[in-house]
Every structure is written in structure tokens, then in C-alpha cells.
Design a protein around this ligand. Structure first.
Ligand SMILES: Cc1cc2nc3c(=O)[nH]c(=O)nc-3n(C[C@H](O)[C@H](O)[C@H](O)COP(=O)(O)OP(=O)(O)OC[C@H]3O[C@@H](n4cnc5c(N)ncnc54)[C@H](O)[C@@H]3O)c2cc1C
Length: 444
């Protein structure tokens, strides 16, 4: 596809979202004759694959969430704007946003890159959110951490064995990478770090239950690696409940339906939801404005070059885009961000542009102490060698040298069992009132 050369100076690019997609797009526009405005409602770029490490006290928040302003301090042509994008006028080529002070901002653009990612989805059961936080933002990681570590405190203070048991039972719904990694780390924290810290409970007796509707954890990694992950999790004491769908949640536990239709009640005071995501509502707004379709998760069906039909100046990238069945992973976001930037640069230079070609770099998940599963372009690694590869990749993609150093130090301390950070107080353990009815069935 070719496009006429655009005005070569002060071409205005608005990038919505400073996650992996937006970050890589803005960085790749470094030497282009453009003015970039990077808008995000958060002041930080969040390295989401390590949120579970934040939740389980391995790394501090600052290590995985560097400030966007700091990242772009030397990129004179990039302005970072803290604001929530609320809509688009594609005809008038403007983005509407709400400033932190509440006022409306109108941002004009010549090219627009939308990379607002996904948010937790409870599949139509939004009421679950009050009882089971997701793991998508730094706030989520903080909440999950407070609930997990706080549960050991309540158990320590309780004299009722049933209550203690319920507080020491952790239910994680969704056995994708986030659920698997979180489950493994709760068990590891209990077995290593917390083991000697309590006087009335034995933290190693905690139960970590991992529920999923599929037949194995990490289903997208294929049978071999899923099997290895399941073995590792079980050896760490994680109880796998595959083929199970959570049908009701409240502040005291959850009801789970298995394949044969039986509904079982689990008493678990801490529940985390890692089962589903849906695209940012901005996706549906763009779809409505241009008449394009969205898939079931609300992702926008883009053209092969990541633009919208009839709107070559509007790119939708990363988790928000639906293209060739590509998965919602960091690599897709980074590469599609770089593609959008390259396309803008080439258009400005009056050169040919082409479709987005994704190079699959595989996937990986950290299962437990020095054990990970990795599928890297056909090379399947698990155990210690998988962990070494996991380590190398995560260090490469963490933003900033000091953050890499900090992560290495935190990993050494946490993985030898000596230290995990925790900050919470009694109010962090409060739950909303109980719902009026839940079905009571077989209890476990
Ligand atoms: C817990 C977890 C673990 C993961 N593990 C892995 C993994 O191991 N490997 C892997 O490859 N991928 C993993 N992923 C997926 C990966 O993180 C995503 O694919 C990637 O972050 C997508 O990048 P993105 O730029 O499309 O969106 P995001 O990184 O989600 O960024 C979206 C940005 O948009 C901003 N935003 C949203 N709405 C608005 C608005 N209205 N106004 C302004 N700003 C807005 C957000 O604040 C955010 O900064 C994981 C994700 C999670 C949540």
C-alpha cells in the first residue's frame, strides 16, 4: 500500500495508552518529524507479566511500574499527558479526554494509535468483582497482596479451627499464566518466607485451589508443557480443580460446577479472578464510529496493517486489536506498536507501507521456585532451564537498567526465602456485605 507524502513537519501523533503497545510505538517514532502526545490515565508503564510478583511481595511496585515521564525524559518530541480518554471524533480528527482536574481536553491528531489494552471481565457477573479482585493493574496487585498476606494474620488471630481453615484457603479462578504463577507463589511464600513468622498457625498448611473450566493449566502451551506445569504445581501443593466453573462467589467462598453438573461449595476467604479479560470500552466506541466489528472480547477487527477501514490514519494495536487470531500477549503489542510507528514514518517519507507481520517469539510462565515452562519457536523447555530463559527474557524487557538491577536483587532475596515485602492494615481485609442468597451445596 502506498500513501501520499504527508506534511513533513509537526505531524501530530496521539498515542492512547502507555502499555507495551503504546510505549513501543512512541519510542519508534524517535527520529521521525512528528510531535507525539502519549495519553494514559496512569502515570506509569506497567509490566503486567510481573504483577503477580508484586502481589506476592517479590518485587516492589516501583520496579515493574516506571513513570512514563521518566521513560520519555530524553525524547523531546514526546509529551506525556495524564488523562483518561473518553471518546473520539474521527471526522474532526480529535481525541476527547478528561484531565486529572476533571476538565475536558481535546487533542487534535494527524495519526492516532489506540493501545488501551484489556480489563478484567467477569463474564457478565460484575458482582463477583467485590469479592474476587482481578490482576490487571498495580491497584489490583496491591489488593491481592493485602488480601493474601492479610488472610494469614486473621487466621493467626482466630481461635475457631473452621474459620482458620477458611482463611488459610486461597481460591484462584483461571489457570492461565497469571493464575498459575500466582498460585505457585502463594504456596512458595507460605512454605519459605512465612513458615517461621507465626506462632499459632502453620502457614505451610494453607490450601491453594486453582480452578479452570479447561482440562489442564496453561492450556495454550500444549499438552507437554501443560503437563509439566501441572506436575510442578502439584509438587508445590497447589490443588488443581480443572473442568470446574465458578458459578457463585461471596465474601466467604465460592460455588463451583464440575463437568458432571455437581456444584461444590468451597470455603475460601480469599478469591482472585484471573479467568477473563475484555477489551477497553474505547474499542467499541471506535467500532461504532467506523462500522467495523468487534469480536466476543470486544477487540476491534482491524485491517492487515492494523488500521481501521476507511481510516488509514487510525491504528488499533496490542490487546485491543483482533487480527488473524493473534493472542493478547506482550510481543503482539510491542510488535504491532513498532509496526504502526514504522508505517507513519514511511508515509511521511512517501514510501511504501505494508501489512503487519508478527514474528512469534513463543510463550513462557514461571511456575515455581526456579522452575518455568517455555515454548520458544518450537523449543520446549521446562524446569530449571526454562527458568533461566524466563529470567533472561524478563530482564531484557523490564524497562530501565535500575529496574533490572532491582528485580534481580528482589528475586535473589525472595527466591531464597528470606524476604517478601508486605504493607497492609486491618481495613484492607474488610469485605462488602454478604449477598442475600447463594446456593448451598456439597461443601469442601
Ligand atoms: C497478570 C498478567 C500477566 C501477563 N503475563 C504475560 C506473559 O507472561 N507474557 C505475555 O506475553 N503477556 C502477558 N500478559 C499480557 C500482556 O501484558 C499484554 O498483552 C500487554 O500488556 C498488552 O499491551 P497493550 O499495550 O495492548 O495494553 P496494556 O499493556 O494493557 O496497556 C494499556 C494502557 O492503556 C491505558 N488506558 C486504558 N484505558 C485508557 C483510557 N481510557 N485513557 C487513557 N489510558 C487508558 C492503561 O492505563 C494502560 O497503561 C499478561 C497480562 C496480565 C494482566
Amino acid at each position: 500500500m502506498s500513501a501520499p507524502a504527508l506534511a513533513a513537519s509537526r505531524h501530530r501523533v496521539v498515542v492512547v495508552g502507555g502499555g507495551f503497545g503504546g510505549l513501543f510505538a512512541a519510542r519508534r517514532l524517535k527520529r521521525a518529524p512528528v510531535e507525539v502526545t502519549l495519553v494514559d490515565r496512569s502515570a506509569n508503564h506497567v509490566f503486567q507479566p510481573m504483577l503477580y510478583q508484586c502481589a506476592t511481595g517479590i518485587v516492589p511496585e516501583a520496579t515493574i511500574a516506571p513513570p512514563l515521564r521518566g521513560i520519555f525524559r530524553r525524547h523531546r518530541h514526546v509529551s506525556v499527558l495524564l488523562a483518561e480518554v473518553t471518546g473520539f471524533d474521527l471526522e474532526g480528527r480529535t481525541v476527547r479526554a478528561r484531565s486529572p482536574a476533571g476538565g475536558e481536553l481535546v487533542l487534535p491528531f494527524d495519526s492516532l494509535i489506540v493501545a488501551a489494552g484489556m480489563q478484567t471481565s467477569y463474564f457478565g457477573h460484575d458482582e463477583f468483582a467485590a469479592y474476587a479482585p482481578g490482576l490487571k493493574t498495580i491497584d489490583d496487585a496491591r489488593t491481592v497482596g493485602q488480601r493474601v498476606f492479610g488472610a494469614f494474620e486473621v487466621a493467626e488471630a482466630s481461635h475457631d479451627p473452621e474459620e482458620r481453615r477458611a482463611w488459610l484457603t486461597f481460591a484462584i479462578v483461571g489457570a492461565g499464566p497469571s493464575g498459575v504463577e500466582l498460585a505457585g507463589q502463594i504456596r512458595q511464600a507460605a512454605r519459605q518466607t512465612l513458615r517461621r513468622e507465626y506462632r499459632h498457625i502453620d502457614p505451610t498448611e494453607c490450601r491453594v485451589l486453582l480452578f479452570d473450566g479447561g482440562k489442564e493449566p496453561l492450556a495454550t502451551f500444549g499438552d507437554h508443557l501443560s503437563g509439566r506445569a501441572a506436575q510442578t504445581l502439584e509438587s508445590m501443593g497447589v490443588e488443581l480443580r480443572m473442568g470446574s466453573i465458578a458459578t457463585a462467589l461471596d465474601g466467604r467462598g465460592l460455588d463451583v460446577r464440575s463437568g458432571d453438573g455437581t456444584v461444590t461449595r468451597y470455603e475460601a476467604r480469599t478469591i482472585v479472578w484471573t479467568a477473563g479479560v475484555a477489551a477497553s470500552p474505547l474499542g467499541r466506541m471506535l467500532a461504532a464510529a467506523t462500522g467495523v466489528s468487534t469480536d466476543r472480547a470486544g477487540r476491534v477487527e482491524v485491517l492487515p496493517d492494523c488500521t481501521l477501514p476507511g481510516r488509514p490514519e487510525v491504528f488499533v494495536i496490542g490487546d485491543m486489536m483482533s487480527l488473524d487470531g493473534l493472542p493478547g500477549v506482550a510481543e503482539v503489542a510491542m510488535q504491532s506498536g513498532m509496526h504502526a510507528a514504522r508505517t507513519i514514518r514511511r508515509r511521511l517519507a512517501g514510501r511504501e507501507t505494508g501489512r503487519f507481520r508478527y514474528v512469534d517469539m513463543g510463550s513462557m510462565a514461571f511456575v515455581g521456585k526456579r522452575r518455568a515452562v517455555v515454548d520458544f519457536r518450537g523449543l520446549k523447555l521446562s524446569g530449571f532451564f526454562g527458568w533461566l530463559m524466563w529470567l533472561a527474557v524478563h530482564l531484557t524487557f523490564l524497562t530501565g537498567f535500575s529496574n533490572r538491577l532491582a528485580a534481580l536483587l528482589s528475586w535473589s532475596l525472595a527466591l531464597t526465602g528470606s524476604r517478601r515485602g508486605r504493607i497492609f492494615r486491618t481495613s484492607d481485609l474488610e469485605r462488602p456485605p454478604e449477598p442475600v442468597t447463594t446456593r448451598r451445596t456439597r461443601s469442601v
